[in-house]
Design a protein around this ligand. Sequence first.
Ligand code: NAP
Length: 343
Amino acid sequence: MLPEIHDNVSLADHSTMRLGGHAKQLAKVRTEAEVKQLVDWAKHQNLPIIMIGEGSNIVWQDEDFDGLIIVNRIPGKKLLKEDAKSVTVEISSGEYWDEVVAWTVKRGWSGLEFLSLIPGYAGAAPVQNIGAYGGELSNVFVELEAYDTRKREFVKLKKKDCRFGYRTSRFKTTDKRRFLITSLKLKLSKSNPKPPFYEALQDYFTEHKIKHFTPLTIREAVMSIRPIKLPDPSNVANNGSFFINPIISKAEFQKLFAKFLDLKYWPHGNKVKLSAAWLVEQAGFKDYHDKVTGMGTWPNQCLVLVNENAKSSDDLIVFKNKIVKAVHDKFGIILEQEPELLP
Ligand code: NAP
């Protein structure tokens, strides 16, 4: 049976930034079969489709979406395979991400602990290849299953097919909205995580005299330090880090470094990763509250844009552009937005 379909639904209620227009229709799915049924139904009505989880990384435009939003709530987590060194698990895309992390950590499986407290549902994780504290989904990713709305069939996509990059994948770029992700297969390790760790984590371990590292000690550390810098979207309207750390060539970096000796950066393969937070701060947006747009930057992490009392997504976009321009004028770097702009 077709799931219940709601009309004229506020998209602001489906984004942690709490902005956006309305969707013509919205339905919640709990099984893969319902995904197919809804796609068939929407194709028959000529309606475009967007699948979402929590909307923690979506900026909805103000214009209404003349289509169907599918809210993914397909439950399921199971152990598929186990050997002396590793486990392979299957996670349905409607599982809440942090509960997935908790489930793996509780069993002593390593790989997701660095990604603790990232908001959203599992299906969103591959879209931007979520990462935190040096961990990244692609490190443990095997394959995913998705409904291909172009071919009208369920497909399996291996890691190399997903074209993961730093906070990106084909699902966010060339194939935006084509695949409705229904489950993930991940390979986790039975060995403990090893240093070196990101400075913020290492400082925590030093301060708490922790020398033996397990998935649980990492998760506890992340759960202690992450909320200090990043606001909880259930209390403060935000999309987490709004800009991706720019990755530039060594030659570009040398030119910039000659002018800005205190530039914050990290080596990134044969390139250099710049701190977007530092660039935004230096461009004058630390603890910034914009009266015109009702937007601001979070006091403890200026990379997090906060909806204080914005009236529309246009306000957010005007504020974002103001930051992008200021950073470009000062450093010649174009900041790239991390949350997806939809529809
Ligand atoms: P933080 O620890 O204060 O670090 C700020 C930034 O510095 C991060 O963007 C991080 O890069 C970078 N960084 C820190 N130590 C680094 C090292 N040793 N090598 C390379 N890069 C380093 O971060 P925060 O703002 O409190 O956020 C905590 C973590 O959550 C960060 O890792 C951040 O990236 C992550 N996060 C991810 C998302 C997402 O995936 N959507 C959203 C919000 C925050 P990386 O971004 O490359 O880790």
